[in-house]
Design a protein around this ligand. Sequence first.
Ligand code: UT7
Length: 330
Amino acid sequence: MTLPISNAVITAIGSYVPEKVLTNADLEAIVDTSDEWIVQRTGIRERRIAAESQYSSDLSILAVRDMARRYNVQLTDIDYIIVATSTPDTFVPSVASRVQAEFGMQGCGTADLQAACAGFTAALQMANGLLLSGIYKKVLVIGTETLSKATDYTDRTTCILFGDGAGAFLLEAASGSKSDIIAASSNTDGSGGHLLYRSSLSPSIGGYDIIATSNIVQNGREVYRWAISEVSKGINELMKKSGTSAAQINWFAPHNANQRIIDALCDKTGFHLEQALSSIAKYGNTSAASIPLAIDDAVRDGRIAAGDTILLYGFGGGLTQSGILLRWSI
Ligand code: UT7
């Protein structure tokens, strides 16, 4: 394994999911589907749905409160907040600015990052760069989604997939050679943008007319094929780059899009299914929130221990891929 690429360490994690549960049986009453089809094709059994008045910033704030309750961290001296989301409360101001205001962090910069389901890992890479450069000492990274507010509940091909939630990591600059970040990689194929999108201003993507509803639209079959073929290559390249293999890494934290995709990615990259962190059965696909939610579940139940290595790999709309290999030290 190569030497760590920075001096960034993860010092805290937190998460939040809304109380309301939407089960497959509930969906059977809304669209022409069945629990059997959903479980067999996706592995999803239920997902959480934000209250009408709850937006991505509200979920973020609750995830940060959870983090502050569990770890001995100061929030007021955070230098920068990056929020990964495809479902911001508003385009302007950013979700990150709303989080800053809630906690009254002074001298703190903020920005939202949009890289769809690769957003959380992309944000971790940005945070790593900010810490490595020495510009900042403490960066908060949040992945948050209220996908239920951008879902067409008459479209059975998408409404069975998505759920809401938020997860947060606190990253800090460490002195000396200590570092949790070992390797990183990214790879976007923008020519596939029309295969998975959430429209805003433009009526087309790369010459393809799109449905301008601001709901998420995807060609599930094509995205599925791309995920199995191209994402598996990206994961193998990241391991090659870091001089490591699935057998040397403790945990695999892929974006939780579909259990069948996770199983196929394990098969093509050498990870055992038991190494894959999946909470898709209870949360569904929560896009930028799915990786921190799956990791926090494993931290809470004691599966992840200090010293473990984890390969995080986000992929989705864009079409984006973003991976990061890290050592868990809390
Ligand atoms: O998070 C970002 C990345 N996103 C992904 O990675 C998602 C990738 N795609 C997928 O996970 C899968 O493509 C889906 C779960 C979305 C769909 O599964 P699939 O096995 O690819 O199904 P399909 O689209 O090939 O459809 C198979 C059949 C179709 O019927 P016909 O044409 O064979 O008669 C669909 O109309 O299943 C039908 N179908 C459904 N049936 C019952 C589609 N959705 C449903 C449904 N319930 N909810």
